[in-house]
Design a protein around this ligand. Structure first.
Ligand SMILES: Nc1ncnc2c1ncn2[C@@H]1O[C@H](COP(=O)(O)OP(=O)(O)OP(=O)(O)O)[C@@H](O)[C@H]1O
Length: 451
């Protein structure tokens, strides 16, 4: 029996002019990874809201993990939501709490003992690559790091279902890759993931099940599916980038179809071996089943040879600069400046000065020459630059890119980008003892407690 079933479900909002969901039927099995795709307004968020029981269906039956959501009383809803992790596009962290406190809070509200919290929080933070950031506040983190906190908070209770609404929507391709690695590893422990996204690069690389919505109806439900965002974002700028990207692909002789087929069978092999995905990583000693699961994810993340083909493809795609139509258009200023190298605005400015001085000395053009521009490769200095405060703290070593793109020359350093960086010099977190996390109040946190 499926873990999630929607049968003939319709949702009409009170002020809606048409059904947001129109008689949809969808069954999702335990352990599935499902991408919900479709144009803006097609009903993706509505579907997730119904599963989270934030909204109620106008018609039809929804069952989640044995719960008939029509029969759930309002008093039972909070308890129900605790069995589901939820990750939002805009993170929804508690800004007045540290990383540790944000994650611990999710456990406190369900009455987890302090000792279990002390065991679980560091493990889940390790899982998402945030060890060392425990005392930072959300404003001291990059977008990718904030999303990792949100995932840690959603996953710390090891829910059987994790719903994610555009979790990479605000992130650059490199950072998104790190987030997908975490979600993929979580999925491999058996957690069912339903993720709404517009990011075709992710969908096409991961080749999971794809459910496509259009005007509230399911128009496609495909195993190992793909997605063409140009259908939904037919902007001319995007279109021209798309044709350029396709030209690059063709000239490189990349066989999309055969690649896809190979990937499909690989993906199937991964799924076939997923009957007991925890087995390989099961820890010898652990405080609880939750701790085991969390540690399992951490171990699978660190054992890169266990990474699945979808992530490898995504890493290859991102690192070779094929960031896709949507990705290119939505690259953040921060990424454009650093190309995911984790360089601070100050570092970039210094590097720029260095290059200009070099060009002046040698009478060459700064765009085409300089100490760090040989053959279009990033300099060694850039490559080994510590990731302090960088967009992606993942410990996962993605497959080596065959030929990394030259880092784009940075535009003038602006204050906005500078403030997005985490430079680790903030004093606020230093005064906060980690143990305070266990003494957090809940009054102010209720507003955004996830799930
Ligand atoms: N609270 C609401 N009241 C009335 N109409 C709503 C409400 N929320 C969503 N809708 C409508 O329901 C439809 C589906 O919206 P939904 O947010 O589910 O789409 P979506 O696919 O998630 O879009 P996006 O990709 O932009 O997030 C849209 O027509 C939207 O305007």
């Amino acid at each position: 029996m499926s873990l999630i079933t929607l049968d003939d479900v319709t949702k009409i909002y009170p002020k809606g002019t048409r059904p947001a969901l129109d008689d949809i039927t969808l069954h999702i099995d335990r352990g599935d990874f499902v991408f919900l795709v479709g144009a803006s307004g097609s009903g993706k968020t509505t579907l997730l809201s119904l599963l989270l029981r934030e909204e109620e269906a106008t018609d039809g039956e929804i069952r989640v993990a044995g719960n008939d959501l029509r029969r759930l009383t309002n008093r039972q809803v909070p308890q129900y939501r605790r069995s589901i992790g939820f990750v939002f596009q805009d993170y929804k962290l508690l800004n007045n709490k540290t990383v540790w406190q944000n994650v611990a809070f999710a456990l406190e509200v369900i009455g987890t003992s302090r000792s279990t919290i002390r065991t679980l929080v560091p493990k889940v933070l390790q899982t998402v690559g945030l060890s060392g950031k425990e005392k930072n506040y959300p404003h001291e983190l990059s977008g990718g790091e904030q999303q990792r906190v949100a995932i840690a908070r959603a996953y710390v209770n090891h829910p059987q279902i994790l719903l994610a609404d555009e979790p990479t929507g605000n992130l650059d391709p490199t950072t998104s890759l790190g987030i997908m690695e975490v979600l993929d590893a979580i999925n491999r422990t058996g957690t069912t993931i339903v993720m709404a996204t517009h990011n075709e690069e992710i969908v096409n690389s991961m080749r999971k099940r794809v459910v496509e919505l259009h005007n509230g109806k399911i128009v496609r439900d495909e195993q190992h599916g793909s997605y063409d965002s140009a259908l939904y974002f037919p902007d001319c700028d995007v279109e021209s980038k798309a044709s350029n990207a396709n030209a690059v692909r063709t000239s490189e002789g990349q066989d999309e179809v055969s690649g896809r087929q190979a990937g499909t069978s690989d993906a199937m092999a991964v799924e076939a071996s997923a009957d007991d995905p925890d087995a390989k990583f099961r820890p010898q000693r652990s405080a609880s089943p939750q701790a085991s699961a969390t540690l399992g994810v951490a171990q699978s993340l660190m054992a890169s040879e266990n990474g699945d083909e979808g992530i490898a493809r995504l890493a290859h795609s991102v690192h070779s600069g094929r960031t896709g139509r949507y990705g290119e258009v939505f690259q953040s200023v921060e990424t454009t400046m650093t190309w995911g190298k984790g360089l601070s605005a100050e570092d970039i400015a210094a590097k720029r000065e260095q290059e200009e001085a070099y060009a002046k000395r040698h009478g060459t053009n700064v765009e085409t020459s300089g100490p760090h521009s040989h053959e279009g490769q990033p300099s060694d200095e850039q490559a080994v630059q510590p990731q302090q405060g960088g967009a992606d703290n993942s410990r996962v070593a993605p497959p080596a890119p065959p030929s990394p793109p030259a880092p784009p020359m940075p535009p003038a350093v602006d204050g906005e980008a500078a403030t997005q960086r985490v430079d680790g010099t903030q004093a606020t977190s230093e005064t906060q003892d980690t143990s305070d996390a266990q003494n957090t109040n809940d009054a102010d946190g209720k507003e955004s407690q996830q799930s």
